[in-house]
Ligand binder design. Structure first.
Ligand code: GDP
Length: 332
């Protein structure tokens, strides 16, 4: 099949659930070429009525916590026990900065990736983090239009990408190791607060006892922590991707959350907020891009920064001046 398809080929291919076309469509939305962007926008718009029907799950945790092994186990469970089609998208913030990947270059989730009811897409690289999350959201919509029931967005628990991913998912699952300590795991309190559930991984063999202890500690912590979702206290469960023990508990926790949030209306409200916030984020990105594109404004920005540093003007006044220069630049 040729690398770039026409609009109709993308749309019909995706709607019939063709994974090869879906992969090409994601490549198209990740492209920074203006002509690709315009085709991608038209494709996304045509597919918009077919989006929104999946359950979107964000999964995070530090490298080595067992994310890919868990997603393999959880994905296969969802397919085999609940007849769900599962798509996995990964966001790897490291790859943009260092060009090396925290998630590793090894082929991850090989078994799941081969399953006809699954689709696994490794991380996009080479763009700013904001860009990646816009593109990930678009990839998520494409997967929905292609008929995937569950969309997992995997990210590494280092603090930057989680906040962005939280804004695009219905349920946020944090994976943690027992006995490693919060500091060691690099998990910031802010990430804990975003979680709708915590799964203590590798609860098998000698580790079961530690996992149970960690479970009660974290459960206690959640009782005293405020979270955003109404009618919901984040759940802490233990699981092993090797023995499969607890995978069903995580499934049940997520289903319970979905049912409760749909019943109290929060599910839809949150999605609507996320969707509108997306528009505002895109708008802010465009403003920023416009600002950066103009050499004259860039020069002016540097001058103003100097004036702020030398305390010649207040940051507010500098911002006002920059804004006025920006507005004038748009008129010219
Ligand atoms: P990731 O970096 O978070 O994606 O972690 P991986 O899924 O690559 O797992 C890291 C290591 O932990 C691998 O060596 C896995 O075999 C191991 N591992 C993952 N899940 C389990 C589990 O449930 N039990 C045990 N004992 N080991 C596990």
């Amino acid at each position: 099949m040729k690398a770039r398809l026409n609009l109709q080929e993308y749309v019909t291919g995706i709607l019939r659930g063709d994974r090869v076309v879906l992969a090409k469509a994601i490549t198209l939305v990740e492209s920074t070429l203006p002509e690709d962007r315009s085709l991608a926008d038209r494709m996304l718009e045509s597919l918009l009525p077919n989006t929104g029907k999946s359950l979107r799950i964000g999964i995070t945790g530090v490298p080595g916590v067992g994310k890919s092994t868990f997603i393999e186990a959880f994905g296969q469970y969802a397919i085999e026990q609940h007849n769900k089609k599962v798509a996995v998208l990964t966001v790897d913030p490291s790859s943009t900065v260092t060009k090396g990947s925290i998630l590793g270059d090894k082929t991850r989730m090989e078994t799941l990736a081969k399953h006809p009811m699954a689709f696994v897409r490794p991380s996009a690289t080479g763009e700013a983090l904001g860009g990646i999350t816009h593109r990930t959201r678009e990839a998520q919509h494409l997967c929905e239009a292609a008929g995937f029931d569950i969309i997992i967005i995997e990210t590494v628990g280092v603090g930057q990408s989680e906040t962005a991913v939280k804004k695009t998912v219905d349920f946020f699952l944090l994976l943690m190791l027992a006995g490693a300590g919060d500091e060691l795991q690099g998990i910031k309190k802010g990430i804990m607060e975003m979680a709708d559930a915590v799964a203590i991984t590798k609860a098998d063999g000698d580790n079961i006892k530690h996992a149970k202890e960690a479970q009660s500690e974290y459960q206690h912590a959640f009782h005293v922590m405020r979270t955003g979702e109404p009618d919901w206290t984040p759940q802490v469960v233990t699981c092993s991707s090797l023995t499969q023990e607890g995978i069903d508990r995580i499934w049940n926790t997520i289903s319970d959350f979905e049912q409760k949030m749909k019943a109290n209306g929060f599910f839809e409200t949150k999605r609507q907020r996320q969707h509108v916030a997306w528009m505002h984020e895109c708008f802010e990105s465009l403003l920023k891009l416009q600002l950066e594109k103009s050499a004259k404004l860039a020069e002016h920005t540097l001058e103003l920064e100097q004036q702020v540093l030398s305390k010649a003007i207040t940051p507010q006044r500098a911002a006002d001046t920059l804004f006025n220069a920006f507005v004038t630049s748009l008129k010219n």
